[in-house]
Design a protein around this ligand. Structure first.
Ligand code: AHR
Length: 491
């Protein structure tokens, strides 16, 4: 097997919005409590946040982090997480059936995010609450007026506004599991009115309306059309969510998950453009894929978690090599659609279906999926280039014409670098890569994530799946079951 990859620097898909590499921290499981925040940890800062976790996230340069949910946000009173910590209420948290202590809230989180160099993408509660609480939160976060909520922020010790620019109008409101789930019409109305008042408080913010929480939702399509027809001129992005899993233990098929993501994006783009035409509008709605990942390993064990505990081990998927390869192909797919997908969030960042795991009073360690995410974020900046990937393909019961090699190229004009990202899906064959480039380049390095055991996982004790370097610049080979980052300097 071999692959001929033709890269032309003239074939531009789009400038890559750096928010394509966002992530997500929800008040769920040990993401916040026991994840980023552990006051008794040896590295805890004066506010109780772990310095070791902060340092890793700072080093990754995660551009934007969605907060505080997720399903959690649909029952959340944002005021609970502000001001004097000793007065904050403990609440029954109905999304995940736990106790929320509110030790961490928007006051602390935005401060923490500033320290990690990440922007906050804030979600408002359109489940139990509505426009009033949402516009108050915008005032609290962003306003400089001498008015109640801006003053409340000042009283809480924050003279300067937080300056939060990107906001989600609720979360997965199409899902019956959502606290105060809504029909498309109900959601479209409340999202529209909430969008208006939020932008009246701060017209510099951008808004993401809920699309479907999966392309197999029964309301998919109708939901998007209804929401767009009602909210078109008041919103900036429409969201997509999708999780993938190898439930049938069929690796060849699981490795084709990115084809489902690709189809999902194409259909939502089609709907956005149809409504644009219908409205005869000059405005284009772009996409925010603000929850995506592999999620299935922890489903069964999560059913055993007793109700009303604080920060239980919840959604703690332990990822293996095949999961990392799927994450790699999903990142490539997002890049291929970077003309329309401007924001995407790997869900989530710490402990909960996450690339980063923490031990209580112990270390922080990297899951297998950390590597493709980190590499794409670090080396996939600048402009995405369309490539022609000529290789063999295979079929499974659910997917046909799956190319063995999935690839994309990016050019970073600031660094004068060109990077090829490629996944070899073949389970047995190495794949020599013949690269045809229209620019003179010199080889920098070839980073590879691979292994003999597709089910191998990392742990606090041992990181079996990590990156290695190959010096095969003149003769690049993609090993079977591998994620590859091939970096060149433009000469
Ligand atoms: O990321 C975990 C959960 O998945 C989120 O809370 C929800 O939005 C989605 O269903």
């Amino acid at each position: 097997m071999n692959c001929k990859l033709t890269v032309s620097t003239e074939k531009v898909i789009s400038k890559i919005d750096k928010r394509l590499y966002g992530s997500f921290i929800e008040h769920l499981g040990r993401a916040v409590y026991g994840g980023i925040y552990e006051p008794t940890h040896s590295t805890a800062d004066k506010d109780g946040f772990r310095e070791d976790v902060k340092e890793l996230i700072r080093d990754m340069q995660v551009p934007i982090i969605r907060y505080p949910g997720g399903n959690f946000v649909s029952g959340y009173n944002w005021e609970d997480g502000t001001g004097d910590k000793s007065k904050r209420p403990k609440r029954m948290e109905l999304a995940w059936m736990t106790i929320e202590t509110n030790e961490v809230g928007i006051d602390e989180f935005q401060d923490w995010a500033k320290q990690t160099g990440s922007e906050v993408m804030m979600a408002v509660n359109l489940g139990t609450r509505g426009p009033e609480e949402a516009r108050n939160l915008v005032e609290y976060c962003n306003s400089t007026t001498p008015t109640y909520y801006a003053d409340m922020r000042r009283k809480n010790g924050f003279e300067e506004p937080f300056g939060i620019k990107l906001w989600c109008l609720g979360n997965e409101m199409d899902g019956p599991w959502q606290i105060c789930h809504k029909t498309a019409e109900e959601y479209a109305r409340i999202a529209c009115e909430t969008a208006k008042v939020m932008k009246w408080v701060d017209d510099s913010i951008e808004l993401v309306a809920c699309g479907s929480s999966g392309k197999d939702m029964p309301t998919f399509g109708i939901w998007e059309e209804t929401v767009l027809r009602e909210c078109y001129e008041h919103i900036d992005y429409l969201s997509l969510h999708s999780y993938y899993g190898n439930r049938d233990n069929d690796t060849a098929d699981f490795l084709a998950s990115s084809m489902d993501m690709n189809a999902f994006i194409n259909r939502v783009v089609g709907i956005c453009d149809k409504i644009q035409a219908e409205k005869k509008s000059d405005k284009q709605i772009n996409l925010s894929f603000d929850e995506w990942n592999v999620w299935f390993h922890s489903n069964e064990q999560d059913k055993e978690i007793p109700k009303w505990t604080i920060a239980p081990h919840q959604l703690e998927d332990v990822y293996n090599l095949e999961d990392a390869l799927v994450v790699g192909t999903l990142l490539i797919t997002l890049l291929k659609h970077s003309d329309r997908v401007k924001i995407a969030c790997l869900a989530q960042l710490v402990n909960v279906i996450a690339p980063i795991m923490t031990e209580e009073n112990g270390k922080v360690w990297k899951q297998t999926i950390f590597y493709p995410y980190y590499h794409a974020m670090r080396y996939g900046q600048g402009t995405a280039l369309d490539v022609v990937c000529d290789c063999e393909s295979y079929s499974t019961a659910k997917h046909s014409d799956i190319p063995y090699v999935e690839a994309i190229a990016t050019i970073n004009e600031k660094e004068d670098e060109l990077t090829v990202f490629a996944v070899n899906r073949s389970m047995k064959d190495s794949c020599p890569l013949s690269l045809s480039l229209d620019k003179e380049v010199s080889f920098l390095e070839h980073l590879v994530v691979t292994g003999d055991d597709v089910k191998a996982v990392n742990s606090a004790e041992e990181e079996k799946i990590t990156e290695s370097k190959r010096n095969d610049g003149d003769d690049i080979v993609l090993p079977p079951l591998s994620w590859n980052v091939i970096r060149f300097k433009l000469v």
